[in-house]
Structures are given as structure tokens and as C-alpha cells.
Design a protein around this ligand. Structure first.
Ligand code: SF4
Length: 235
């Protein structure tokens, strides 16, 4: 698909609801289409849309080895609820090996390199032979995501990226979760609106942004998997 086609598609889907976008993505790219999830509420909404449409596509998650126990528990609940098995992607480098090569607790000193090793590179490897991936990112989450398109070319991973929930607000996502009585991570009710790895995620304080608990003390706001080019990652 050429860049011009991607831009035309992005413009045409600007006002579309997630169901329309997902239906097009499945028709256009299956069986070379996958969806990523970190088990946040947006991903759960998309899983429900796919279930309503009767579509089954591979859904994967990146297990950094540092996820909250509640994330693994939720994964199991979602597998039962939706009758699917999530594909588990793991980094080539284990935590012990990482500590030997880069020193203990790399995330404290250099979270960009840690995310590169534990998330960005495994994602790139996994997407290598796919044609498109679906994500649950939303424009309101970060400045970089506010510049994303519903359909875009992911230069880093050389793949079409589809973001059906891009235009949804946090309130819309939560309304959908409640309306359909969908399961979600109990940590969201305990001050963790956004969840990453355990060493890099804290509960937020009153008045803080929803991602303020991520990489606290660092200027970092993205793990890197949703950056479309290396320029974004290293600036
Ligand atoms: S979120 Fe933290 S622990 Fe997880 S990969 Fe990134 S820097 Fe490492």
C-alpha cells in the first residue's frame, strides 16, 4: 500500500466508528492482521467490538517479565470471557542477562534502552511478517499520539498501523466498559489509570495527568512501541 493510499484511507476513516474501521481492516488484511494489547481498557473495548463482529484475529501482548500480577490475572479472565488465547511475545534478552550486560535496574538509569530491549525490538521481530497491526491508542493520551492517524504507515516496523479508537475519549472508553459490563484491571480503581511495568508505574496523585505515574522522575512519556520513527524515539 502506497503512502498516498494510506493518507487517503486515514482521511476517509476520520469520522468512522471503531466497528467500521475494524471491519475494513479484517477484510483488507486478514490473515496477516494482528492486534496488540497491554490489557488496558481501550484494548478490551476493541476485543468486544471484534467479538460482536464475529471476527477472530491473533491478539498479542509483550511480556517484559516485569508486568503486574494483576495484568496476568486479567489476561486469564479475558481469555475466558472472549474465548481466545493471547499470543505472548517476550524479549530475546532475559532479565538476568540484561543485568549482566547493562547493570542492575537498567530502567532506573536508562529506561529508553530498557524499553528498546524489552518492548520495541521484540515488537519489531514479531511484526516482521505481518501486513497490519491494530492498536488501542487514543489521541488524548500523549502529545505524540495526538499526531497519529486512524490508518498510518509505521516506518519503524514497516507495517500498516490501524488505530480504531484514536478519536475516543477516556470517558467514552469507560462508558463502553460499564455499559457492556466488561472486566478490567482492578488497579485502575486504585490510582493506576495507566499501567506499564512494575518498576516504572506508580499511582497518580489527585490532579495529575492519567499517565503521570509512568516513568516518574524521567521526561519519558512513551515506551517507544507507538513511535513511528527512530527520530521520535531518540529526540
Ligand atoms: S517500562 Fe520500565 S521496566 Fe518496562 S521495559 Fe520500559 S523501562 Fe524497562
Amino acid at each position: 500500500m502506497k503512502q498516498q493510499e494510506v493518507e487517503t484511507l486515514a482521511a476517509s476513516f476520520c469520522e468512522s466508528d471503531p466497528g467500521q474501521i475494524l471491519r475494513w481492516a479484517v477484510a483488507e488484511f486478514s490473515p496477516h492482521l494482528v492486534m496488540s494489547t497491554a490489557f488496558g481498557v481501550g484494548g478490551i473495548v476493541l476485543l468486544h467490538f471484534l467479538e460482536q463482529m464475529g471476527c477472530k484475529i491473533p491478539v498479542f501482548y509483550i511480556d517484559t517479565g516485569l508486568l503486574f500480577p494483576e495484568v496476568h490475572q486479567l489476561r486469564s479472565v479475558l481469555e475466558d470471557r472472549f474465548g481466545i488465547t493471547f499470543e505472548r511475545i517476550t524479549p530475546a534478552i532475559g532479565l538476568r542477562e540484561q543485568a549482566e550486560q547493562f547493570g542492575e535496574n537498567l530502567w532506573e538509569r536508562d529506561p529508553d534502552t530498557c524499553c528498546l530491549l524489552r518492548k520495541v525490538v521484540p515488537l519489531r521481530e514479531y511484526l516482521r511478517n505481518k501486513r497490519a497491526w491494530i492498536t488501542a491508542i487514543r489521541a488524548g493520551q500523549t502529545e505524540i499520539r495526538s499526531r497519529a492517524k486512524v490508518v498510518e504507515w509505521d516506518e519503524r516496523n514497516q507495517i500498516i498501523k490501524i488505530n480504531p479508537l484514536l478519536k475516543w475519549t477516556e470517558e467514552q472508553v469507560w462508558s463502553y466498559i460499564r455499559e457492556h459490563k466488561l472486566p478490567y484491571n482492578p488497579l485502575h480503581d486504585r490510582g493506576y489509570p495507566s499501567l506499564g511495568c512494575t518498576p516504572c508505574t506508580l499511582p497518580i496523585e489527585a490532579g495529575e495527568g492519567l499517565r503521570a505515574g509512568r516513568w516518574k522522575g524521567h521526561s519519558k512519556v512513551e515506551c517507544g512501541i507507538h513511535l513511528l520513527s527512530d527520530v521520535d524515539f531518540y529526540r
